[in-house]
Ligand binder design. Structure first.
Ligand SMILES: [Fe+2]
Ligand SMILES: [Fe+2]
Length: 258
């Protein structure tokens, strides 16, 4: 007999967390959109020939996505050590797998675009502000500052990636669009973890808001500079640029930061 689908929202808070932070839940979530893909897109999705300046801009964009994904991969992996409980550690293990996949499919996309050595290209084209963001995020993880590091990674970095990828997917070539669509679905889950983890703590710990505001003030200029650079390389028209900032701010505002 077929099993009734589980309504996770009907679960008690602890049972909900245990369920949505599990590998069972992860596998059910990802198999629907990853099945049958090759390097993150359907094998028969055509490669559209791009004019050289456009191809070159796309390579720069993808190289910087790889920097962000490497930060998330190393950050999520490092956070496992300092996570306060088993469901969080397991969730971060699923996130680490997701981020590794994101880095892999983006590197493949670079190869498909004719980049022979993605590592060298990423190093050559990496934005300084994004590298600085990565350094600061990993310093919070190394400093075992769980709540600040979750905020920097699962709210700020994830919201930044989610917003940029969504905007880019609207105008991207078909293969890049499919790769981004699969990544966006994962990033949505990662933001959910950050909001859940911090939303609860913010209600319990009034001083936490001040601490996280300080983290945000330090990271926001880097996020905004990364946005500008990303929009230059995607070629986003001026009039669409405020949309990106809004999408990022919404995620931060859902936690009560304005
Ligand atoms: Fe990612
Ligand atoms: Fe992520």
């Amino acid at each position: 007999m077929a099993q009734e689908p589980l309504d996770v929202h009907a679960l008690e808070p602890d049972a909900f967390r245990e369920k949505v932070q599990s590998f069972d839940f992860w596998f059910d979530s990802v198999q629907g959109y990853l099945d049958g893909l090759e390097h993150g897109h359907r094998p028969d999705t055509p490669e559209v020939a791009l004019a050289e300046p456009e191809r070159d801009r796309l390579v720069t964009t993808l190289c910087n996505y790889c920097v962000g994904e490497t930060a998330a991969l190393e950050g999520a992996g490092g956070l496992i050590q300092i996570a306060p409980n088993r469901p969080s550690k397991i969730f971060l293990a699923t996130q680490t797998v997701d981020e590794g996949r994101h880095l892999e499919v983006l590197s493949w996309r670079l190869r498909e675009l004719g980049v022979a050595d993605p590592e060298a290209e990423i190093e050559a084209r990496a934005s300084r502000s994004l590298l600085e963001f990565k350094r600061k995020l990993l310093a919070l993880v190394r400093g075992r500052d769980w709540l600040a590091a979750v905020f920097a990674q699962n709210v700020i970095l994830e919201a930044m990636e989610f917003s940029v990828f969504q905007l880019h997917a609207q105008s991207a070539d078909p293969r890049t669009r499919e790769v981004l669509a699969g990544i966006i679905k994962d990033e949505r889950r990662h933001i959910g973890f950050g909001e859940n983890e911090l939303g609860r703590r913010l209600r319990e710990m009034p001083l936490l808001r001040e601490r996280l505001t300080a983290v945000r003030e330090e990271l926001d200029p880097l996020v905004l500079r990364s946005f500008e650079e990303a929009m230059d390389s995607i070629g986003t028209p001026r009039e669409e640029r405020p949309e990106l900032g809004r999408s990022y701010l919404q995620a931060v505002e859902r936690l009560g930061f304005v």
